[in-house]
Design a protein around this ligand. Structure first.
Ligand code: URA
Length: 254
C-alpha cells in the first residue's frame, strides 16, 4: 500500500493524532538516481526513523471509508484554521500558489511580512530572487506550485515552533497528495529538515537527491539566505541544476 493511501486510511478511521497522520518519509539516496549525484562525499548518515503507526491491513478498510479530498475543501480548511496560536497574529493564511497540476512542488518555510499581507507565498525580495532562479532553469512561477511548511506567519519572522509545524503538516501532506508532484524542492533549512525529519545542517543535506513517499526531493538554500550570503549562490545554482537533471531523468524514463 502506498503512503498516500495509508494516510487516507488513517484519516478515514478517525485517527486524529497529527503525529499519526504524518507518516515519516522514507529517506534514502534515490537508488535510481545514483548517476545524478556527482558527489565525491559519502552519503549523509541519516538516522533510522522510528515507525510511528503500523500499517493497517487492507482487509479492515472499507472503500467507503476513504475520504475524498479536493482543493476547495482544503483551501477553506486552511483559511479558517485555528489549530495553533499563529491564527491570533496572522493577517491571513497563505495557502500556496501556482499550478495545481504541476510537476514541480517547491516548499518553503513560512510566510513573511509581505506574504502575510498579500496572502501569497514568496512575494517579497526572497521571492523575487527565487523567481529569477527558476527562470534560469526555464521554469515560470505559473508552471510550479509553491507552498510552505506553515500557512501562517510566525511573529517577527521567528523560526516556526515544532507544535506549529506539527499542527500545519497535515495541510501540506494533503497538498502533496493532491498534486502528486514529480519532484519536490525543499527551500531552506527549515523545510529541508522538516521534510526529511532530521536536524542535519542544510550544508550537508544539499547536493543529494532524497526520496520522500516515492517522490525525489532536492534541497535548496533559502533565497533570503542567498540574499545575505552571495558567496553561496554558486552552490544554489548547482542545486537547481541537480534538481533539473533529476527531473529530466524522470521524464525520460516515463
Ligand atoms: N520565505 C518562505 O519560506 N516562504 C515564503 O512564502 C516567503 C518567504
Amino acid at each position: 500500500m502506498d503512503n498516500t493511501t495509508r494516510l487516507q486510511y488513517l484519516e478515514a478511521m478517525g485517527i486524529e493524532s497529527w503525529q499519526l497522520r504524518y507518516t515519516p518519509p522514507a529517506i534514502s539516496d534515490l537508488s535510481g538516481f545514483q548517476n545524478l549525484k556527482g558527489l565525491d562525499a559519502p552519503p549523509v548518515e541519516i538516522p533510522e526513523i522510528p515507525v510511528i503507526a503500523p500499517p493497517i491491513p487492507p482487509e479492515v478498510i472499507q472503500p467507503a471509508m476513504i475520504p475524498v479530498d479536493n482543493w476547495d475543501t482544503l483551501q477553506q480548511e486552511v483559511a479558517t484554521c485555528r489549530q495553533c496560536g499563529l491564527c491570533q497574529t496572522r493577517t491571513q493564511t497563505v495557502f500556496g500558489s501556482g499550478n495545481k497540476n504541476p510537476d514541480w512542488l517547491f516548499i518553503g518555510e513560512a510566510p513573511g511580512e509581505q506574504e502575510d499581507l498579500q496572502g501569497q507565498p514568496f512575494v517579497g525580495a526572497a521571492g523575487a530572487l527565487l523567481t529569477e532562479m527558476l527562470r534560469a532553469i526555464g521554469l515560470k512561477r505559473e508552471d510550479i506550485f509553491i507552498a510552505n511548511i506553515l500557512k501562517c506567519r510566525p511573529p517577527g519572522n521567528r523560526d516556526p515552533h515544532v507544535d506549529e509545524m506539527n499542527a500545519c503538516r497535515p495541510f501540506l501532506n494533503r497538498q502533496i497528495a493532491l498534486i502528486q508532484p514529480k519532484i519536490i524542492v525543499a527551500v531552506g533549512r527549515i523545510a529541508a529538515q522538516q521534510l526529511l525529519n532530521t536536524d542535519i545542517a542544510i550544508g550537508k543535506l544539499r547536493g543529494k537527491v532524497y526520496e520522500v513517499n516515492n517522490t525525489p526531493l532536492c534541497v535548496f538554500y533559502h533565497p533570503a539566505y542567498l540574499l545575505r550570503s552571495l558567496s553561496q549562490k554558486a552552490k544554489a545554482w548547482q542545486d537547481l541544476q541537480l534538481a533539473l537533471k533529476t527531473y529530466q531523468e524522470i521524464k525520460e524514463r516515463k
